[in-house]
Design a protein around this ligand. Structure first.
Ligand code: HGY
Ligand code: MN
Ligand code: MN
Ligand code: MN
Length: 399
């Protein structure tokens, strides 16, 4: 089955026609359909599929117990109304690369696995790369199982409802020990390759990044009869936080986003009692990120005092500076005709594995829009095929 045929089969799954975006939320109907697609593709290739205790999918070419596997893949879940390529491109390319290697009669010396990691976007349960973090022991089991989605369903209950055993969730050192190297191919989430006029790049590092929950509390009251000076309105404090986050990030050389918000009771004619927002902040250096987040916190705490509202900030996830294996990075760049080396502000399972000590590399495929986490995210088929060829060269050299 060609790359294009696989892409055609997977593309409609979880696509929300009204916006053209994807709504593939972990263990929801669309993502379960993506998992079924993964198993079908593996079955067609005679690749045994194993879903590990954390919901990550593994399709094996060769004996996983031989160890030192060359693992390649990405994820199948999406952000709300995400793009078609973020995640799936890496998984489809991995199966297409296996086909190409087999067609040329390649016999790997090491096991090869195609993977799809669970909850990479954190769109349902709030923590990105949940599946790979659990496998690597980078998040506690209790914290993970108790994560809830918008409907209040916990990750543990969702795993149980999907037929997984919540008791199997947690660090998987035996599986980690089988991974000799991890290669993640991903659509570029920026303009680097457009500006360089190249189809493929090799990853250099992932910016430190984290997510913080911001709790603003106040006093519910009547929108019409409550004098302004008598209000304790958490929305006011929140609004100033958005402005402060942008200003502090701009001045500090970071990026900060508040893209998710819950207002309670969420009535047009009621002063809110509580506003919950999530801050996504990232920066090229850890010190910059720490400073900017502290400045956002301090500015908000001060504003809350003035507004007589309550404010509390909780760090929900954090990934420090992730530099991919420099020797592997340079080897792949040389192997791929001097493919440019690109850093990125986007988080990936590759970053979690790199922090856990697994030799890791990323390949990026040109995105002519430079846009991601949006229906406008795009990659041209010829560039996708260049990405597959690059992955074939890499797997042939490593496996
Ligand atoms: O948020 C990210 O950087 C990634 O797309 N999960
Ligand atoms: Mn993403
Ligand atoms: Mn991704
Ligand atoms: Mn990723």
């Amino acid at each position: 089955m060609s790359f294009e045929e696989m892409w055609r089969d997977l593309a409609p799954v979880g696509r929300f026609d009204a916006t053209g975006g994807y709504r593939r939320y972990t263990l929801g109907a669309a993502e379960l359909e993506c998992r079924a697609w993964f198993r079908q593709e593996a079955d067609k290739r005679g690749m045994p599929v194993r879903t590990d205790g954390n919901g990550n999918l593994w399709a094996w070419w060769g004996d996983p117990d031989a160890g030192d596997a060359v693992v390649t893949g990405s994820h199948l879940d999406s952000v709300p109304d995400g793009g078609a390529f973020d995640g799936p491109l890496g998984v489809v390319s991995a199966f297409a690369a296996v086909d190409r290697l087999r067609a040329e009669g390649f016999v790997p010396r090491r096991p090869i696995a195609v993977t799809a990691f669970a909850e990479e976007e954190g769109a349902r349960f709030g923590i990105a790369c949940l599946g790979s973090r659990l496998m690597a022991g980078a998040i506690t089991v209790d914290k993970a199982l108790s994560l809830t989605d918008a409907a209040g369903t916990t990750f543990g209950d969702a795993m149980g409802a999907a037929g997984f055993d919540p008791a199997a969730v947690g660090p998987d050192p035996a599986l980690m020990a089988k991974v000799g190297v991890y290669i993640e191919l991903h659509v570029e989430q920026g303009r680097g390759l457009i500006d360089m006029d190249r189809p493929v790049a090799v990853g250099e590092a992932i910016w430190p990044h984290g997510r913080w929950r911001l709790d603003f509390t106040g006093e519910a009251n009547h929108a019409g009869t409550t004098r302004l000076e008598d209000r304790r309105d958490p929305m006011l404090t929140y609004a100033n936080t958005v402005l402060a986050a942008r200003k502090k990030a701009r001045l500090g050389g970071a990026v900060a986003t508040i893209g998710k918000l819950v207002c309670e009771p969420n009535g047009t004619n009621a002063v809110p009692s509580r506003v919950t927002a999530w801050l996504d902040a990232r920066a090229p250096q850890e010190s910059t990120l720490t400073d900017v987040v502290k400045e956002i916190h301090d500015a908000t705490a001060e504003r809350a005092q003035r507004d007589e509202t309550g404010f509390h900030m909780v760090n929900e996830s954090y990934t420090g500076e992730t530099a991919f294996d420099p020797a592997l990075r340079d080897r792949l760049s040389a192997l791929l005709d001097g493919a440019p080396i690109l850093g990125t502000g986007a988080g990936h399972d590759a970053g979690v594995l790199a922090v856990a000590g697994v030799p890791t590399a990323m390949l990026f495929v040109r995105n002519p829009t430079g846009v991601s986490h949006s229906p406008d995210e795009h990659a041209e088929i010829p560039d996708c095929l260049s990405g597959v060829s690059a992955l074939v060269d890499v797997l042939r050299a490593l496996a």
